[in-house]
Design a protein around this ligand. Structure first.
Ligand SMILES: [Zn+2]
Length: 137
């Protein structure tokens, strides 16, 4: 077996698939060990454990996973849906067009390694139970 030590190698995060330069062994975002090749990182199954449009809940869930020691990656993207007929219809009307244009939907998703999915799901249900308890009192 030949172990090739390449100090200029780029490392990859198996969760968020980010690239890292030499000297980095853990993903600064996900806090998990990096792997040596893009193929290896791509082969690691990742699951979306939560997605939605609420930034506050998104941040709280990431915090909850952080304190539970579950590596997680939060991604946000602007939804660019192809114009639906209703969107097209509304944007023709001056009253609605401002409303429609001023609300770009941000879509949040929380990714975990598939092997962490059961843990992440139980952490998520605990999170929701705690929130439900808090709103009652
Ligand atoms: Zn990462």
């Amino acid at each position: 077996m030949v172990v090739c030590v390449d100090f200029h190698a780029i490392m990859y995060c198996p969760l968020c698939k980010a690239e890292y330069r030499q000297g980095v062994s853990n993903c600064s975002d996900c806090q998990i060990p990096l792997v040596h090749s893009q193929e290896e990182a791509a082969a690691v199954p990742v699951a979306t454990v939560w997605e939605g449009g609420h930034r506050r809940i998104f941040e709280l869930i990431l915090q909850a996973f952080g304190s539970a020691g579950i590596p997680s990656h939060g991604a946000e993207s602007l939804e660019r849906r192809p114009s639906s007929w209703i969107h097209t219809f509304l944007s023709v009307l001056p009253i609605f067009s401002a409303f429609v244009k001023s609300r770009p939907l941000t879509h949040f998703s929380v990714l975990v390694l598939e092997t962490d999915l059961p843990r992440a799901q139980s952490a998520l249900s605990q999170f929701y139970e705690a929130r439900a308890a808090n709103t009652k009192t």
